[in-house]
Ligand binder design. Structure first.
Ligand SMILES: Cc1cc2nc3c(=O)[nH]c(=O)nc-3n(C[C@H](O)[C@H](O)[C@H](O)COP(=O)(O)OP(=O)(O)OC[C@H]3O[C@@H](n4cnc5c(N)ncnc54)[C@H](O)[C@@H]3O)c2cc1C
Length: 398
């Protein structure tokens, strides 16, 4: 169910396993995806898919200081390539792998488990039956059950692809996080922190996006838009042409779904967004092959398994004990970060990017085995300034 990146990733891998797969989505799978997806280039290289990047930056920096003229103007240099997917190429590459897929353009309204199989009832009244259904309908899926841990933190961003009176970033440059905030009033600084994510597209075209990493309730798009404009204005920059606006909102710490439910999920519906970074596409590409292979094994070795049993076994592959533990650590980290004020957050990130590149990049990609992840978190704690250390253990000095 679904036609986003999660659905196409898992469907293509199931097809590769020789399974009989059908797809169901509210809109045509050829309809262009609405979001732009970014990723560290090495993550995509390790999957042999770096050719799918439409843009790639070698000059990648962040600002964790607090000014434009003093020390704050000194960037942290990441020395690590970042890229943006060529949206159409990425979507078409996955669709190519799903050539023989039979699509039903329908909206699922209800899901029942009858006679050992799953029945999807659509708003048209039509019913579709399958031995197992995978819900890849995104973060808002009403079909996947998960515990309620209170308010869910949302990543929110407002961005503009456009032209400007002068360049908002240097030529060929990518800015992951510009946390400089001395254009804000004291009151604004006290509110939830936000940063600029920005890049040069060439030919005088730039993408600038004011982003709130995680906040519950979410920072509003109006606030982010006005912060973006005042950030630019403080540097004497105005927007002269808007070719695209991005309104971004998605949950960062959606609780993990119950693993004993008869409906399997993949992607946003399966809480696969990285709780510390908000990235997910790398995880989809890395985790789909194993899930598809194991599901195919379960189906062939135990032909009598019904939907519920198949889903339960597959949930334990998708969210095995190691991944659950890692997710808990990331969730804990995010919770601590959300209690930090703006200055503490800047200090935290400045320290984080002082970790060895392999450590911070694999932390962000979620590719560190659990013992190594714990070591990296301990190392981060050790090298942090006292105020950040106290913040990490829950003592915030005002
Ligand atoms: C603006 C934005 C920018 C992002 N940028 C990045 C990024 O740079 N890098 C990154 O890794 N992640 C990013 N993310 C996070 C995450 O990767 C995306 O949210 C991603 O699109 C989620 O993929 P998905 O396939 O799970 O769900 P979606 O992309 O939301 O796709 C859901 C699909 O299910 C279909 N559907 C929904 N309900 C039903 C139904 N009832 N019946 C049938 N079909 C249904 C929809 O039509 C759609 O095809 C971003 C998210 C947003 C919102």
């Amino acid at each position: 169910m679904g036609a986003g990146p999660a659905a196409l990733c898992i469907a293509s891998e199931l097809i590769k396993q020789g399974l009989d797969v059908s797809a169901l989505a509210s809109h045509s799978p050829k309809e262009p995806w609405p979001n732009t997806y970014g990723i560290w280039a090495e993550e995509l290289e390790s999957l042999g898919m770096a050719s799918l990047l439409g843009h790639r930056w070698n000059d990648t920096i962040s600002y964790f200081g607090n000014g434009y003229g003093d020390d704050g103007s000194k960037p942290t240099i990441h020395n690590f390539d970042y890229g943006l997917f060529d949206q159409a190429a990425f979507q078409n590459a996955l669709l190519d792998r799903c050539k023989d897929l039979n699509w039903a353009i329908e909206t699922a309204e209800n899901i029942l488990f009858v006679d050992k199989i799953t029945e999807v009832i659509c708003s048209s009244g039509k019913k579709y039956r399958a031995r197992i259904v995978i819900d890849a309908s995104g973060h808002k899926s009403p079909f996947i059950r998960r515990p309620n841990h209170g308010d869910v933190a949302q990543q929110a961003a407002y961005g503009v692809v456009g032209r400007f009176t002068s360049p908002p970033v240097n030529e060929n440059q990518f800015v992951l996080m510009d946390f400089r905030s001395n254009h804000l009033t004291e009151q604004e600084v006290k509110e939830s922190p936000s940063f600029l994510y920005a890049m040069d597209f060439g030919e005088d075209l730039f993408f600038v996006e004011e982003t709130s990493l995680a906040c519950a309730p979410a920072v509003s798009w109006e606030t982010l838009k006005s912060r973006l404009i005042s950030r630019l204005a403080s540097r004497g920059i105005e927007i002269t042409e808007v070719s695209h606006e991005e309104y971004c909102l998605f949950p960062m710490n959606l609780p993990l779904p119950y693993r004993n439910q008869p409906l399997l999920a993949f992607g946003g519906s399966a809480s696969m967004v990285h709780p510390a970074s908000g990235y997910m596409v790398g995880a989809l590409l890395r985790r789909a092959p194993d899930l598809a292979e194991k599901l195919s094994e379960f189906m062939s070795i135990e032909p009598a398994l019904d939907s519920a049993k198949l889903a339960k076994k597959s949930w334990n592959v998708l969210w095995n004990a190691e991944l659950v533990q890692r997710h808990r650590l990331y969730q804990f980290g995010l919770k601590r970060l959300m209690s930090f004020d703006e200055a503490l957050l800047r200090s935290f990130f400045a320290t984080f990017f002082r970790l060895p590149k392999e450590d911070w990049s694999r932390f962000l990609a979620n590719t560190l085995p659990l013992p190594k992840l714990i070591l990296v978190m301990l190392r981060l704690f050790t090298i942090s300034p006292l105020k950040v250390k106290l913040g990490m253990i829950g003592i915030v000095i005002l």
